[in-house]
Design a protein around this ligand. Structure first.
Ligand code: ZN
Ligand code: ZN
Length: 345
């Protein structure tokens, strides 16, 4: 099968790889019909994540089940499915508490042996362990281009919004409206805020956020803290969703939230240095939450919301490319020439 594989920092290639085989009795093999490039793939691209030579990349996938092990109950060959970007075991202490993201055996697709040695999603086939838990059937009325988001960044957006503690009539600010931030804009609106500000410096992203109902704030043109305070009687936003992953963005989020408000941070940290503004959080009675996302909790509700026409995550897709053009796709995505690229094997 063809797959996108890792050969060094900035050196991804489309190569011919052996088709993966079913191993465990609870596994399924999926023929991938759509993959995607995620912002977190760029962390690998830039060498911030250790990966072995030749590892298959990609962790966002939808496809059709081709085969299942004897213990699989909820999906069968021919079913359209979306996978969580990470696999959980379903039986450990954390899984039984509903914290699948904290599973003791959590492994991530397309992240090589260091993250559990699963295959990748930028390929023609992928084996999904514990298929009953880690795959969700896609309703007929939901397209591949919609469903693919439920397994990763849309779940991240909902996680961010839910943990922002948004109440009806609140003011929300989203810091960084790349793909995850745009999902956070959409998901924040499910909680009934009066308004959602979208803070970024990239015009195309701000335009898309505005199309999705947010008020754009260009951080190159205005100070976001001043701008948001100006619209909130000088107080700031009730909830701020941070979707960048840099200390400066955390600081902006804390600057933009009102005293007593909540910062919910989901940006994948791209730097591990810098001071966390502990004093501000204490002094202003802030709630600070952070994390990746607990995908399994959101898969079913998100697919239902999409089926009901209440979420349109596919609106952020800017480029549809064949898997064979993945090298070029990565180059474009890295240079921010594309908002979101999906790859068709
Ligand atoms: Zn991702
Ligand atoms: Zn577990």
């Amino acid at each position: 099968m063809r797959a996108v594989t890792f050969h060094g920092v900035g050196d991804f290639r489309v190569t011919e790889e052996p088709k993966p085989e079913l191993v465990g009795p609870a596994d399924a093999i999926v023929r991938i019909t759509l993959g995607a490039i995620c912002g977190s793939d760029l962390h690998i691209y830039h060498g911030r994540v250790p990966l072995d030579e030749g590892a298959v990349l990609g962790h966002e996938l939808v496809g059709v089940v081709e085969g299942v092990g004897p213990d699989v109950r909820t999906v069968q060959p021919g079913d359209r499915v979306v996978a969580s970007f990470f696999a959980a075991c379903g039986t450990c202490y954390q899984c039984r508490r509903g914290w699948w993201a904290q599973c003791e055996e959590r492994s991530i697709f397309g992240h090589g042996t260091y993250f559990g040695g699963l295959g990748g999603a930028q390929a023609e086939y992928c084996v999904v362990p514990r298929a009953d838990l880690n795959l969700a059937p896609i309703p007929d009325s939901v397209t591949d281009e919609q469903a693919i988001f439920a397994g990763d960044i849309l779940a991240t957006g909902l996680f961010a919004a839910e943990r922002g503690g948004i109440r009806v009539g609140d003011t929300v600010a989203v810091i960084g409206v790349g793909p995850v931030g745009l999902m956070a804009v959409m998901c924040a609106q499910l909680f009934g805020p009066a308004r959602v500000f979208a803070v970024d410096t990239v015009g195309s992203r701000l335009g898309l956020a505005a199309d999705l109902g947010a008020t754009p704030v260009d951080a190159h043109a205005v100070n976001p803290q001043v701008e948001i305070q100006r619209h909130t009687g000088g107080f700031g936003a009730d909830a701020v969703l941070e979707c960048v992953g840099q200390v400066a963005a955390i600081q902006t989020a804390i600057d933009c939230v009102r005293g007593g408000g909540t910062v919910s941070s989901v940006g994948v940290p791209s730097e591990l240095t810098g001071d966390f503004p502990y004093f501000d959080v204490w002094n202003r009675d802030l709630t600070f939450r952070s994390g990746c996302t607990n995908v399994h909790a959101y898969l079913r509700p998100l697919l239902d919301l999409i089926a009901a026409g209440r979420l349109h995550p596919e609106r952020i897709i800017s480029h549809r490319m064949p898997l064979d053009e993945a090298v070029e796709a990565y180059r474009m995505f890295d240079r921010r020439e594309a908002t979101k690229i999906v790859l068709r094997p």
